[in-house]
Design a protein around this ligand. Structure first.
Ligand SMILES: Nc1ncnc2c1ncn2[C@@H]1O[C@H](COP(=O)(O)OP(=O)(O)O)[C@@H](O)[C@H]1O
Ligand SMILES: [Mg+2]
Length: 228
């Protein structure tokens, strides 16, 4: 009983630590869109019509960024806290991949096999969308999605022909808020997408990793144990 109490205490401590750093990072990230928003709003009164159009666009962008950040932080902290009790419903990965690929005009390689995982469809869709969004944003936009049966279950790969990720950074990009140099100013993301992808993979007993692609680019691989 003492041992299991210690394990529980350690787990809680780790959770608190993880949430503290998430909170600190998130607060820091909130500052720049908030500062821009403050600036744009304060300039609005004295602006002429053309400037107002520009300021309005800027304000909309900043609000969208704040929205995305808050949503990702909420999801990340929820997953941290309840990573053990995600839904366990049959999810057809082939159908999910086909749907999400067609949404962004990605090519689904081969006829997707029927691979079913026991999991949370909303979260798995979210993970795939994050990878597709990254491929579009950082990988040049020509995206191949591939679903294959592997020894350990299903492997869902999202591959692009972009600049790729230097080998030394392929683990770090999964850390919350870590972004490659030069990518921090890309609109839209806040650096939580891949850490969410990995959390979602782990919550399903799977893994997420980044690999170099033969011929250039990257492949992000979501490996999930299958029900069949
Ligand atoms: N397909 C990709 N090609 C190159 N770099 C990538 C790719 N996907 C992600 N990255 C790098 O990993 C970083 C972290 O990704 P992510 O956690 O999704 O954050 P965000 O999309 O908000 O920047 C990105 O900022 C980018 O530097
Ligand atoms: Mg992202």
């Amino acid at each position: 009983m003492a041992a299991s109490f210690n394990r529980a205490a350690e787990r809680i401590e780790a959770l608190v630590r993880a949430n503290q750093s998430l909170l600190a990072n998130a607060s820091h990230e909130l500052r720049s869109p908030l500062a821009r928003l403050k600036m744009a709003v304060s300039m609005f009164d004295g602006a002429d019509a053309a400037q107002r159009v520009r300021l309005q666009r800027e304000i909309d962008t900043d609000i969208a960024e704040l929205d995305a950040l808050v949503e990702e932080v909420l999801l990340a902290s929820r997953l941290d806290a309840r990573s053990l009790d995600v839904a366990r419903e049959p999810v057809d990965l082939g159908a999910l991949a086909a749907e999400e690929a067609s949404r962004v005009d990605a090519t689904l390689v081969d006829g997707a096999p029927t691979l079913v995982v026991a999991g949370d469809e909303r979260l798995l869709r979210r993970a795939l969308r994050n990878l597709l969004e990254n491929a579009r944003r950082y990988g040049g936009g020509v995206i191949d999605v591939d679903l294959v049966r592997a020894a350990t279950g299903a492997e869902l790969r999202v591959c692009d022909r972009g600049p790729g990720v230097p080998e030394a950074m392929r683990e770090r990009i999964f850390e919350p808020f870590f972004r490659l140099p030069g990518h921090a100013e890309h609109a839209g993301g806040v650096g939580l997408g891949l850490s969410l992808v990995r959390q979602i993979a782990h919550a399903h007993g799977g893994t997420a990793r980044c690999a170099a692609r033969a011929g250039g680019g990257s492949c992000f691989v979501l490996a999930l144990p299958t029900a069949n």
